[in-house]
Structures are given as C-alpha cells and as structure tokens.
Design a protein. Structure first.
Lengths: 527, 335
C-alpha cells in the first residue's frame, strides 16, 4: 500500500531562481545546545541544526503538519503495518568543510548510520557527546523499531515490533535527521567523533560556517542543494536572549526576523509600518488536570461543573494578553482531526454551583498547582491559578495554590495520590494527534505524562485503534470520536492554545510560520 | 615583601578547597533533579531514569562524587556540561574573554571617571559640584541595571541611532577568534572599520556595567580624601606653600588610595554579578548568562566549574590588591 504522501516535492520548491547576493539575519533567542539534532530536545537547537543543515527521509511541509517526501522519494508500508520501505533520492550531496570532502552521494549507509548510532548500544557513536538520544528514546523508538536493513544502495526497510501509524510522522522529526556515515567514519578515524556535533555536515539548504557561543551562528547557502537553492546567500543567527532588545534590533534594522516577542510589545509592532507581524495558533495546549482517581474528582459531573466555573476569556485577556485562544479540545485547531463540532462548556457559575450541589459537593476545598516556569501554553501559571481560584470561590470551592521548583513539580505531579489539580501543558512533537491524545490521556501515561491519571476504556480503545491504522481518513474519524468522549468525561479543563507571533521586517518575503514551532529560512528572501 | 606574598598565597589553598566544596554543594542543595528538568513535560520511564542516574554518577554516595570532582579539578578536568556535552573548561575559556574585556573596560571607565570625580568633590566640599556629583553617584548606585540598559538602548540606539543595540561587533565583519578579545582580534584581522565597530559595541555595555563601581569609587575617594585633607601633614604642606595640585594629587591622593583600592578589588565580584544582567541585555557572549542558564537547567558540572573559576579569579584579583597595598603602604608589608 502506497502512503498518501504529497508526491509533489516541488510544491515547496521556490518559484524561479533569485539572485542570492544577500544576507538574512535572524535574532534568535538563545544558543543551541549543539548541532546534532538527535542529541538534544530544544527547539532553539533544532532551529540552528536540523532545519538549516539537515534533511530527513520525510519532511514536514513548511507551514503545515503534512508529511512530504524528503531524502526518501517514497515510502511503502506493508499491509500488516509492520514494514516500511523507503526509496531513497539519488544525487544528493553532503556539505564539505576544511576537514572533510565527501567522496560519494547520500545513500542507504547514511540512513543506517543515522539511526543505528541511536539504537545500538555497541555502535561506536552511541556514547559520543554524551549520547542520551532523548527524542529517539522518548518516542519509544528502541522498542518500536526491530531492525533497519539496507536492501540496496537506495532502498532501506524499517521493521516495527507492532503496527504504529505515527511512525511516518516520527521519521520527519528532528532526531531523524540524516548524517553522513562517511563523515562519521572520518572523524572516528581522526579521533574527533564529537565533530559530528560541533562541525556539522548535512545535506540541507545551508551549510554550517561558524559558531560563537551566545553570539552568532553563520551559514552559507548550499550551492549543490537537491532542491532549488536557498534564496539568501548567507544566513546569520544573531543570538539575542532579551525580547525587548530583539525588538530594538529589529527596529534598528540589525536583524530581519525575531521570534518570541514580549506580549506587551505586540501592539507597538503591529503599529510599526516597517514591521510585518505574522501570527498563527501554536501547536500546544495548556490545561488543568484533575486527579480523576480521587473523590470528588472521580465524578465526571463534578469535573464538568468546575470547568463551567472557569472564565477562560478572562484568562486569555489577563494571562495571555490576547496572544492566546480558549481551548475546547485537548488538541490544537491546527492539527488534523481537530473536532470543531464540539461545543465548549459555557462559562456559567450559577449552573456550575447547581451541578455541584446536585452531586452533593459542598464546602469543597482543593489545591491548584501552579508551574514555576513560563511556557508558551502558559505564560504565567501563578496568575492563571489566581484567576481560577477567584472563579472557583464564586461556586463555593476554596482553592489553595501550591507550587514547587520545576523538577519537583514535574515529578510530584505524576504521583497517583497527588492532591489537587495541576496546571500544565504540551507542545506537539510531530503533528500527529496520537502525540497528544495517547501521550497525555492514554492509560499507559498514568503515573507519568497523564497528569489526570485518567484511564477510560472507551477512549483508550479509540486511540489504540487509531494508532494501528494507516488509513488517515479512518484515523481522523476515530480521533474526532475520542475528542467527544474526552469532552463528556472532562478529565481536564482545557484552558488555552497560545498564538505564535513572528515579527519581521517588511523586506522579508516568503516566510511561513511553522505550526510545529520551528523557524525555517529555506525559501525566504530579503529585498 | 616575599614573606608577605607567601602568606597571602598560603591562604589561597584552604580558600580554594573551601570554594570547591561550596560550589559542589550549592547546586546540590537547590531543589530539582537535573534529569527530570532535562526531560521536561515529556518525562521518561523509570528504567530510563535509572540509566541516566547511573550514567551521570548520581547513584554514588555524595562524598564519593565530591572526591571524584575534586580529583578531576586538581587534574584540570572540570567535567562535561550535561546540556551541551562539551568540557566545562572549553566553554569557560570560549566565553571568559568577552566577560573580561567588558569588565576591564567597565573598571577602567569607573576608575577614570570615579577617581577624579571623588577628588574634585572632596576639594570642593559642600559646593554645587560636590552635591551634584554625590547625588548622581547615589542615583547611579541605586539604578536597576536592566532598566538603565534598556533606557540607554532606547535613547542612544533606538532614537538617536548613535550606538548599536547589542552584540560585540557588526555581523558584516567575520574573522577568526585569536585571543577572544574583540578589540585585539578586530585589530589583528586588519579589516577596515572592524576595530571602530568593536569600540562602538562596547560603549553602552561599558557604561551600564561601570555605573555602579563608578558611583562607589567616587564616593569612597571623596570620603577618603576628606579624611586625609584634614591631617596635620597636609596642613604642613600647605604652610610650606606647596601648590594645591601637588598637595591633592600627590600627598593626599596616595594616602586616600588605600581604601579606594580595597573597594576596587571588592568591586570585581560585583562586576561579575552585574555582568550577568548586562550580558543578557546586550547579547554579550560571556560567562554571566552561561552561569544563569546552567543554574536553571541544573547543569551541575557547569555551575560548580563556573563558580570555581569565578571564585579563583576573584581570589587572584584580591591577592593582587593585597600586593598593591604593600606597594602603596609600606607599613602593611612589614607587618
């Protein structure tokens, strides 16, 4: 069965060859942890490594969560969903640097090398640069992938231990970036294997030139790129941690694009005629998870009543300062299978109080956990908790707000006998609904990432069935049903999805806000 | 003088060992497990967690961990960052020249303006200049660094366009990192305009970081000068008919310098503390921001290694101050 991938790779190729004699400066928010995307998990690192320097077998189409061909021209899944055969693209060149010039094009050996170094503990690169392979581990790949075989130079077969449809989206994730096996061998022979991480060689639209920690990263357009070359000749990341300073640099023309503006600056940016403000809903959700194993939160009607007591619009106005939208589902609206037909619980304190009374819940007092850190899905958890505290007071529920250091918070909030409801959230990894619904609400996540400790068999059956099907239409239907069950059962109060703002100079053309959160400059030009 | 120096260096050893212990314990007494912080919302399985515990050596008794850390330090190995997987030593020395360049410029700025300002204020005690200067010093001392920095950026970079907003040099210039000091490297590069660009980038961060030490030095110089100017030997010098410049500049200032040098020495610690905010705001690639990020990420090797290196630098500067005392005041070295 041939998967329904967009065959037209050229759809994302750029129209016409534009003169490249220009430079794009991006005021990035921080330093990358390194340049080997498989070693790390931060978006800042992926912006600086996997997006400009590397390609993957499959790619996310910029601006969408659609999976399209990358270094693989096609992928076929066996009928039992256990084997995926990738046909590789020919004539793809790796970059070169002072110490390495490739002698051959990309082939199956590079694919085997890129994954086996993460999977095989005896691989010479498995322990290099502290190799913890967090994403490979976190996505369950060691158990999922039984074997990776080279069929011929341009065909690779992955065999899975169980059918898992999200595997295709996983192959487009940053950790699946393809490295050069030849470069790996050369650096191993030279006794400097860590150079894979510090002096990266990839097949991507830009090649790495230089990096000075906390200051600047320089890239040059890859003239041998297998698609249209990049529109700019030089790409520079000017590392600028302070958001107000990034704004000043954008105004002064010292950079062309900046991420993560201060909410307070957004209006001034919109009013500035020289700045083009792009925006899109983020692929995330912020929620309040009840402990559904403890009374009275084991009663869906009580949870539903509490949800009706929360004034989400006030939270959007005060906490997000407009840079968010109220959430009604556990997955964001930009994700396929989002069920827009679902009607959110109305904000109705009187009805909520009546429902609580009907369930015999009076004089309830509870804890609300407020995260100590700022996150896109919750820029100020303390303030959010205070607003919910005031809302709950109106229906006769007393709230004590508690908080812990971030590591403690993550650890304690997982406990089955945790007291109270937890504010937390999630940002999607691969654009697949399974990455939200199974990770955050599946039975396997109880006492782990499922902070509601909610294991509801009808919901579980739907998401398991969806995970095993490779038919996207069927999966969509199953996930839509799962969202209906979620809404009825209300293990969380879904609070908000953030809105991502990308201010940029008017001179910048062709930039697309990427729903998966990355900042991608292939196809972007500067006048 | 040799004996005096030896005593001072002798004190260095227990202080150094104390610092290794404090820096090792400091990060460990903070709540928060670095492995859980690293995994974030994504979390990890219990088996994976145990694997990581073993890999990072947290399963060993704390004393053994400390002993291994100390043994590493004595062999010049500060460990590897949990986050970047690079040696702490390498990261420190790639960032430290930027901090040192900025701190030196800020100190020179503070001394060059603070000393004469303090002397002039003392000589003109109670007059308009004295009052204006001391009020400004108080304002400078009390001003929050981030606010002062943003104000200067908005006025001089945003509105007037006289200085660049942040960074160490215009991104147009690209040359190899030879010494890590941008002023020197830009000169070595031979690229036209590079040095001027580096100087322009230093102006605002130098003013911001130098403001507090400037205020402290000016106030300290003034009060030390006032004390000395009241001494009998100054009256004698005046009676002998020496010129005011000679009395103030030579006889009074030299004796007033001892407490001022102490303050300058102590300011090095506060300069490094001020560098954290200044570096963040001006995107200055130094050790200040590196340390703060590492504390939030519970990156133990970086925090303990960075703290140790900073402490050693502060200790070295204070040793230098002790030596300077000896030169300024011969009475001290004879004690």
């Amino acid at each position: 069965m041939k998967l329904n991938l967009l065959a037209a790779t050229t759809a994302i190729a750029l129209s016409g060859a534009v003169a490249q004699a220009n430079t794009l400066v991006y005021c990035s928010e921080g330093s990358p942890e390194g340049f080997d995307p498989a070693l790390f998990t931060a978006g800042t690192t992926f912006d600086a490594s996997s997006h400009p320097i590397y390609n993957r077998l499959l790619e996310f189409e910029t601006g969408t969560t659609n999976v399209i061909p990358g270094l693989a021209e096609s992928v076929e899944a066996s009928d039992d969903g256990l084997e995926y055969t990738f046909k590789l693209r020919q004539g793809v060149k790796f970059h070169s640097n002072d110490e390495f010039t490739p002698t051959r094009d990309f082939n199956a050996d590079d694919v085997i090398f890129s994954f086996m170094r993460q999977k095989d503990e005896n691989h010479p690169y498995n322990q290099v640069s502290g190799g913890t392979w967090e994403y490979f581990q976190g996505m369950g790949m060691p158990d999922l992938v039984s074997s990776i075989e080279k069929i011929d130079d341009y065909t690779v077969k992955f065999t899975l231990s169980k059918p898992e449809a999200p595997f295709v989206a996983n192959m487009a994730m940053d950790f699946a970036s393809i490295m050069s096996a030849e470069y790996g061998d050369a650096m191993l022979a030279a006794g400097t294997p860590e150079k894979l991480n510090t002096a990266p060689i990839g097949t991507g639209p830009f090649s790495f030139v230089a990096y000075q920690k906390d200051a600047v990263i320089r890239y040059a357009a890859n003239g041998d790129y297998w698609k249209e070359p990049a529109q700019v000749e030089n790409l520079i990341f000017a590392i600028t941690p302070d958001a107000s300073v990034r704004f000043q640099k954008l105004k002064a023309g010292e950079c062309h694009v900046m991420p993560y503006p201060n909410p307070a600056d957004i209006q001034a940016m919109k009013d500035d005629a020289d700045i083009n403000m792009m925006e899109q809903e983020g692929l995330n959700v912020g929620y309040l998870a009840y402990n559904t194993t403890m009374a009275p939160f084991d009663n869906p009607k009580v949870r539903k009543a509490l949800n009706m007591a929360i004034d989400k619009q006030a939270i959007i106005d005060v906490v997000f300062q407009g840079s968010g939208q109220a959430a009604k589902n556990p997955i964001p609206p930009t994700m396929w299978s989002y069920n827009d037909a679902i009607v959110d619980d109305p904000y109705d304190p009187e009805a909520a109080k009546a429902m609580l009374d009907a369930e015999g819940v009076t004089d309830l007092s509870m804890k609300i956990w407020a995260m100590p850190v700022q996150r896109p899905y919750n820029p100020n958890a303390r303030r959010m908790a205070e607003l919910i505290q005031a809302d709950f007071a109106k229906v006769g529920v007393g709230v004590e707000i508690v908080s812990y250091e971030w590591g403690e918070y993550l650890s304690r909030s997982k406990e089955l006998n945790r007291d109270g409801a937890v504010l937390l959230g999630w940002t999607g990894d691969n654009g697949d609904p399974d990455n939200f619904l199974a990770v955050l609400l599946g039975c396997d996540g109880v006492e782990a990432s499922n902070r509601a400790q909610w294991c509801h068999q009808p919901f579980e059956d739907l998401i398991l069935k969806a995970k095993q099907s490779t038919d996207q239409a069927e999966r969509t239907k199953l996930y839509e049903e799962a969202q209906v069950v979620f809404k009825e059962q209300a293990p969380w109060a879904t609070i908000a999805h953030s809105v991502v703002f990308m201010p940029m100079s008017n001179k910048v053309q062709g930039y697309k806000v990427h729903p998966l959160g990355g900042h991608i400059f292939y196809g972007v030009s500067v006048e | 003088m040799f004996g005096y120096l030896l005593t001072r260096i002798g004190l260095f050893v227990p202080t150094f060992l104390g610092v290794t212990l404090i820096s090792f314990m400091f990060i460990r007494v903070l709540p928060g497990d670095p492995i859980i912080v690293m995994a974030g919302e994504r979390g990890m399985t219990e088996e994976r967690y145990q694997e990581m515990v073993e890999k990072l050596g947290f399963d060993k008794p704390v004393l053994q961990q400390y002993w291994e850390y100390l043994a590493g330090v004595l062999q010049g190995d500060l460990g590897e960052s949990f986050v970047t997987k690079k040696p702490v030593w390498e990261e420190f020395f790639s960032l430290f020249p930027a901090t040192m360049e900025l701190s030196l410029c800020a100190m020179i700025f503070a001394i060059a303006l603070g000393l004469p300002a303090g002397v002039i204020a003392a000589v003109n005690r109670g007059k308009f200049f004295d009052r204006a200067l001391m009020s400004s010093a108080l304002v400078g001392y009390s001003m929050p660094i981030f606010w002062w920095a943003l104000l200067l950026i908005i006025v001089f970079s945003g509105n007037l366009g006289w200085t660049p907003v942040s960074g160490r040099i215009d991104l147009l210039y690209y040359f190899p990192n030879v010494t890590g000091f941008m002023l020197i490297d830009s000169l070595l590069s031979g690229q036209e305009g590079a040095f001027a660009s580096a100087v322009r980038h230093l102006i605002l961060p130098t003013i911001v970081l130098g403001t507090v030490p400037l205020a402290v030095i000016a106030r300290q110089t003034r009060s030390a000068m006032l004390e000395v100017l009241g001494e009998d030997y100054i009256r004698t010098a005046r009676a002998k008919g020496l010129s005011p410049t000679r009395i103030n500049g030579l006889h009074a200032l030299r004796n007033a310098l001892i407490p001022v040098v102490t303050v300058i020495g102590l300011s090095v610690g506060s300069l490094l503390a001020g560098a954290i905010l200044t570096e963040t705001i001006f995107s200055w690639p130094g050790i200040g921001k590196w340390m703060v990020d590492s504390i939030f990420r519970r990156d133990y090797p970086v925090v303990q290694g960075g703290l140790l290196m900073i402490a050693v630098i502060v200790m070295l500067v204070n040793l230098l101050v002790d030596v300077l005392y000896g030169i300024i005041n011969p009475k001290i070295r004879r004690r």
